[in-house]
Design a protein around this ligand. Structure first.
Ligand code: NZQ
Ligand code: ZN
Length: 386
């Protein structure tokens, strides 16, 4: 196991009707900007619950943050934060609203002139306005980590940033919110969380037995709970396991002491930036090709995964590793998620070269756990995903 330091300051408030606890978590004199997305919270009752809990506070609202949060939209929110002298941000939404709020937290305290530099500067964010979240969609883990991803339509870019100042102060996780989530988004949540675990697990053996088993337990739970939550999103027990698995998949714990990959996400973000494909679906497109292409360097962990998650007992190491990849692809299909780029767009020719060119321009010359994925490799992997 590698050396590590671990600190996660986010307070999790988990359970039925916990949105009512909001008032006790926010400083009494706070002037709040409540941020939300396209309006699902107004039809499913979450908006009313939040407003009721915050009745004693001065609350200004900013709605309309789109999926894959957009820089230009958030710049309007930043204006409000400044003119209204906001002191606390409250995200009510999924990963997009929470990520947008993280950007605003950083931008509100940013010394430079162009807030987009927060994303291109590649410096950890050390200052931010305090914020909390009410999670409405289990998927990204953003409710308990310090990273965020922003999109800029103008340049068709999608970039990630983050830093120790960007952990939410608290996150409220009420599994009842899952009731109103469309099947497509539940499938996305399952696939995204599953891939978050894979990115921190599918590397090489590192004598980290407990970390491996933490990771495997999340994968097993997601596989077990997927049919139940897809069938009935109001199944509270299934929703609880689904929600907590998604949070645990990316709150830092399982990634400590072990090598991490994240090349699937980096390539996936390009597909969202270029074609607007849902984040989780881009991962399902890239992951199988990425593992096939890097079979040699990942086969021990792939075989262990095949044995422990999918009960593949027979065959050589190579055969088990390949079976593990096939099972992963089948799992995505079982969620109703297609795994080829050509199934999402007809306009895919040239994508591989575009991704490779962008990685080169950004100086991303070696992604993956051994920096083994060069821009030329990324092009081959993306092409295998057509
Ligand atoms: O906008 P509204 O109307 O609220 O509708 C949303 C949106 O259309 C809807 N929704 C959310 N909660 C709902 C609901 N509909 C009914 N009932 C509810 N309770 O779901 C749609 C998708 O929401 P979004 O927030 O975009 O989804 P998700 O949570 O999957 O977030 C995706 C974003 O997070 C980033 C992705 O790149 C993408 O931009 N990620 C963030 C990460 C992080 N911060 O750690 C890691 C991830 O790898 C990921 O990159
Ligand atoms: Zn993800």
């Amino acid at each position: 196991m590698n050396n590590f330091e671990f600190r996660n300051p986010t307070k999790i408030i988990f359970g039925k009707d916990k949105i009512a606890n909001l008032a006790t978590e926010i400083p009494a004199n706070a002037k709040i900007l409540m941020l939300y997305g396209g309006g699902s919270i107004k039809s499913n009752g979450i908006y009313d619950q939040v407003k009721q809990a915050l009745a004693a506070f001065e609350v200004i609202e900013f709605g309309g943050i789109p999926a894959n949060p957009e820089y230009a939209v958030l710049m309007n929110a930043l204006e409000q934060i400044k003119t209204q002298k906001i002191t606390f941000l409250l995200a009510v939404g999924g990963g997009s609203v929470i990520d947008g709020t993280k950007f605003l937290s950083a931008a509100a305290e940013y010394d430079g002139e162009i807030p987009w530099d927060i994303l291109t500067g590649r410096k950890p964010i050390l200052k931010g306005m305090p914020f909390g979240t009410v999670l409405t969609l289990p998927a990204t883990g953003s409710e308990m980590n310090s990273g965020f991803v922003l999109t800029r339509k103008e340049t068709k870019e999608k970039l990630a940033s983050g830093g120790p100042a960007l952990y939410p102060q608290f996150s409220i996780l009420d599994p009842q919110v899952v009731r109103s989530i469309p099947q497509k988004q539940i499938a996305n949540g399952l696939a995204d969380a599953f891939t978050h675990v894979l990115e921190q697990y599918m590397t090489y053996p590192n004598h980290a037995l407990l970390q491996d088993r933490f990771a495997e337990s999340i994968l097993q739970t997601l596989v077990e709970v997927a049919p139940a939550i897809l069938k009935d999103p109001s199944d509270y027990d299934a929703a609880s396991d689904f929600m907590w698995s998604c949070t645990m998949a990316l709150n830092g714990l399982i990634g400590e002491g072990v090598p991490q990959d994240w090349a699937v996400h980096m390539m996936g973000h390009e597909l969202t930036a270029l074609f607007g494909i849902d984040h989780a679906r881009t991962l399902a497109i890239i992951a199988p090709s990425h593992y096939r292409y890097n079979l040699e360097s990942k086969k021990e962990k792939l075989a262990q995964y095949a044995e422990r998650i999918w009960n593949v007992k027979n065959g050589t190491l190579d055969e088990k590793a390949k079976a593990g990849i096939d099972k992963t692809e089948e799992f995505f299909h079982s969620l109703g998620i297609k795994t080829r780029l050509s199934e999402y767009t007809e306009d895919y020719s040239g994508t591989a070269e575009m991704v490779s060119k962008r990685f080169t321009e950004r100086g991303w010359l070696g992604l993956g756990e051994r920096q083994q994925v060069t821009p030329a490799d990324a092009a081959k992997i993306v092409e295998m995903s057509y």
